[in-house]
Design a protein around this ligand. Structure first.
Ligand code: ZN
Ligand code: MN
Length: 519
């Protein structure tokens, strides 16, 4: 419940989400999905809607839709069919969209996610398959062009119950869905490419004079960023309260309206009135056979559903001692999360392993515009490196150096190709495993094994004291400068030793030497 201008206001929000599925080809034909290709170069009689052309459903799209339905705890239909949704628009050459009306592939599910201190459970009404339309292009002065490359792209439409109660919460839900489709490989969900679009249905229940007044429902069309989802809902809540004060209008059949979001002005603007459902004249598509998913296949997909991002994040936080803010970075790329778990299978210090993943392994991946799973490092090398640090064979700086060396050697083998892009969360490359590239081996080769030799360290400490008389003097004369001077001396010893001295032993010797001189 919000308080706006002295009124108790209860936002009621449902969300429709359109997701492009990660298939190779379109929904009803063999045309490739090609983002950013020359207009109208990926078209054929089927997706151009030429008379007589017959669609065939893409089995890969059906499989992805069902796998998503399972992850959303949906009931998977045993019998599902295709329906024509008729409307007329230049980007829709058939004059109807093939969709699913009364028998969607997936229905009655839910998604739970943490929000604030609570777990929110949002019911999923349905998730059905359909096709995207083409695109009208308005950037040529004086005319509108049509690009039909996108026509026929497989779309999963997910519809929630009106269970969301605010802008923040809806944005978080949208983020979690985005994570989930990418994690499962159901969609690349690139928002800039329009691969995931949100349409919130918003109204508010105003509690006033002992009564509840529900404002007319507004559907905000085609939002393609989390920021705009939040902004549009936030704006609508306020606008609807103000409109109700003005005209007292309440929701009734037929007064639902569509609005668009103006990203620059950050306001919603009126659009054409929503057609009544029966204007679409839904009827079963006579060109397509119904879909009857094989029960054994669905059961196999159910079994094969991986640990999902939200529970996996919780596990990573406790198992790898990750900060809650940092954990999602290692979970969201499924291939990298799997790799971390594979590395964690070897007995090792898991907290260090997680720390290394978040620091230098991430950096090395970023530099190569790939994921950690795209580096090609064998799982055992990650854990071995963590153990070398735990056992003080090498220090943290040396660990980063060794990691860099391993990846540079793999670079040499790969010749700069063959790695997945940094947004591909599905693909790991086969690791390149050479005994001579093992971390322990490299620590020796690169001379990075820490010196635990007390005499050797004593010599470096003596040399550092000799060369930095001022710091020594400061530390002795002024207790408040002692900490800074000690750090300075420690740095000097590490430098003298070429990073090989064990910093803990060095610190102990510096302290001992300072105490001795202070007496
Ligand atoms: Zn086609
Ligand atoms: Mn739709």
């Amino acid at each position: 419940m919000l308080e706006i201008d002295g009124l108790q206001v209860e936002p009621v929000i449902g969300l429709e989400i359109h997701v492009h599925l990660r298939t190779r080809t379109k929904m009803w034909c063999g045309c490739l999905l090609a983002y950013g290709a020359e207009p109208n170069t990926h078209v054929c009689p089927v997706c151009l809607g030429l008379p007589g052309a017959l669609p065939v459903a893409n089995a890969e799209a059906v499989a992805l839709a069902i796998r998503m339905g399972i992850a959303l705890n949906c009931r998977i239909a045993e019998f599902s069919k295709w329906d024509r949704k008729s409307y007329y628009y230049p980007d829709l050459p058939k004059n109807y969209q093939i969709s699913q009306y009364d028998l969607p592939l997936c229905a009655d599910g839910y998604l739970e996610f943490p929000f604030g201190d609570a777990i929110r459970k949002i019911r999923i009404t349905r998730a059905h398959l359909e096709e995207d339309a083409g695109k009208n292009i308005h950037d040529i002065p004086g005319l509108t062009a049509v690009d039909l490359n996108r026509a026929g792209t497989p779309l999963l439409e997910i519809v929630t119950e009106p269970d969301l109660a605010g802008a923040e919460e809806t944005r978080e839900f949208a983020l979690q869905l985005h994570r989930l489709v990418r994690y499962l490989g159901v969609s690349d969900a690139n928002m800039q490419l329009g691969q995931m679009r949100f349409e919130p249905n918003i109204n508010v229940r105003i509690h006033a004079d002992g009564r509840v007044h529900a404002t007319p429902i507004v559907e905000v069309k085609n939002l393609n960023s989390f920021r705009s989802v939040h902004g549009a809902i936030d704006y609508e809540i306020r606008r609807q309260v103000a409109a109700w004060r003005e005209d007292g209008q309440v929701a009734r059949p037929g007064n639902k309206a569509n609005r668009g979001w103006d990203d620059n002005r950050e306001v919603t603007v009126p659009q054409r009135e929503k057609e009544e459902a029966n204007d679409y004249r839904y009827f079963p598509d006579p060109d397509l056979v119904p879909v009857c998913p094989d029960a054994a296949q669905v059961a196999a997909w159910r079994l094969a559903t991986p640990e999902l991002p939200i529970p996996r994040t919780d596990r990573f936080i406790s198992e790898y001692k990750l900060a809650p803010r940092e954990a999602p970075a290692l979970v969201d790329c499924k291939a990298t999360a799997d790799l971390l778990d594979a590395a964690g299978e070897f007995p090792c210090d898991k907290a260090l392993l997680g720390k290394h993943f978040l620091s230098f392994w991430s950096r090395l991946a970023n530099e190569r515009e790939t994921t950690i799973a795209g580096l090609g490092v064998p799982p055992r090398s990650f854990s071995e490196l963590a153990d070398l640090v735990r056992d003080k064979v090498i220090n943290a700086t040396a660990a980063a150096q060794i990691a860099e060396e391993i990846v540079a050697r793999i670079d040499g083998q790969l010749g700069g190709t063959g790695r997945p892009g940094d947004s591909d969360c599905q693909r790991a490359i086969p690791p390149i495993d050479r005994p001579e590239w093992a971390p322990r081996e490299l620590a020796d080769q690169l001379g990075l094994v820490q010196s635990q030799d007390a005499d050797e360290i004593a010599a470096w400490v003596a040399a550092a004291f000799e060369a930095n008389q001022k710091a020594v003097g400061d530390a002795l004369a002024n207790p408040r400068k002692r900490k800074a001077a000690r750090g300075f001396l420690l740095g000097a010893v590490m430098k003298l030793s070429g990073g090989k001295a064990d910093p803990r032993l060095v610190g102990e010797q510096i302290d001992a030497e300072l105490s001795r001189r202070a007496d």
